[in-house]
Design a protein around this ligand. Structure first.
Ligand code: HEM
Length: 181
């Protein structure tokens, strides 16, 4: 994944636990990388190892690390660096979700080698949708829950998520009911 993702994880750790804790996590991750460059591609493994090491070091479940990172991605990295993108994604939570399938097309203009997730929406109601999250990667569904929660806060909307089903297949395909009020 692009370095911006790992850099954002670094900022999350430094913000909450300090620079020393980040150095400790970096050392324990055995990555041999001094600092991340936003628009350089890194092996996905780097991101997974970082998240796993944070979970072990802070003694919290990996699912919680990924959820916190999802919120952080929207409320800090997204808001501070890509505010214009988030704002052009929709005027409220509902329209943002309906536009989400096309969102990473615009991200790709900045990051041409992006391997983006795919989102689809079905069962569209006034206050809920079924969100389909598809990816060639595995293990990031909790990140998506965190993203939904972060977007809810971004739009000052109460958001509830319920897992509906995992569609069996080679790639990830999770169906999540997203409700808001
Ligand atoms: C704020 C602006 C955003 C930017 C600049 C951005 C950029 C990126 C980048 C660089 C990656 C790594 C993929 C790669 O390098 O190949 C990524 C992954 C991802 N993004 Fe975004 N993104 C943004 C917002 C969102 C939003 C709003 C969502 C959904 C609500 C989202 C969902 C994801 C997911 C789930 C992944 C993990 C990759 C996967 O599942 O395969 N992103 N994004």
């Amino acid at each position: 994944m692009y370095g911006i993702v790992n850099k954002s994880i670094e900022e999350l750790v430094v913000h909450n636990f300090g620079a020393e804790k980040w150095e400790e996590i970096k050392t324990k991750s055995n990555l041999d990388i001094e600092y991340f460059i936003s628009n350089e591609s890194y092996d996905d493994e780097v991101t997974f190892v970082l998240a796993q090491t944070i979970a072990e070091n802070l003694n919290i479940p990996l699912s919680e690390v990924l959820k916190s990172f999802g919120e952080w991605w929207i409320l800090h990295t997204g808001k501070n660096h890509y505010g214009y993108l988030l704002e052009s994604g929709g005027e409220n939570f509902r329209s943002f979700l309906l536009n989400l399938p096309a969102f990473h097309n615009r991200v790709m203009m900045m990051y041409p080698k992006l391997m983006p997730p795919e989102f689809q929406v079905s069962h569209v109601e006034e206050n809920s949708v079924h969100l389909h999250y598809l990816s060639k990667r595995k293990g990031l569904t909790d990140f998506v829950y965190g993203l939904m929660s972060g977007l809810g806060k971004f739009f000052a909307t109460e958001v509830f998520t319920t897992h509906i089903t995992s569609v069996q297949g080679e790639n990830t395909h999770e169906i999540i009911k997203v409700e808001w009020k």
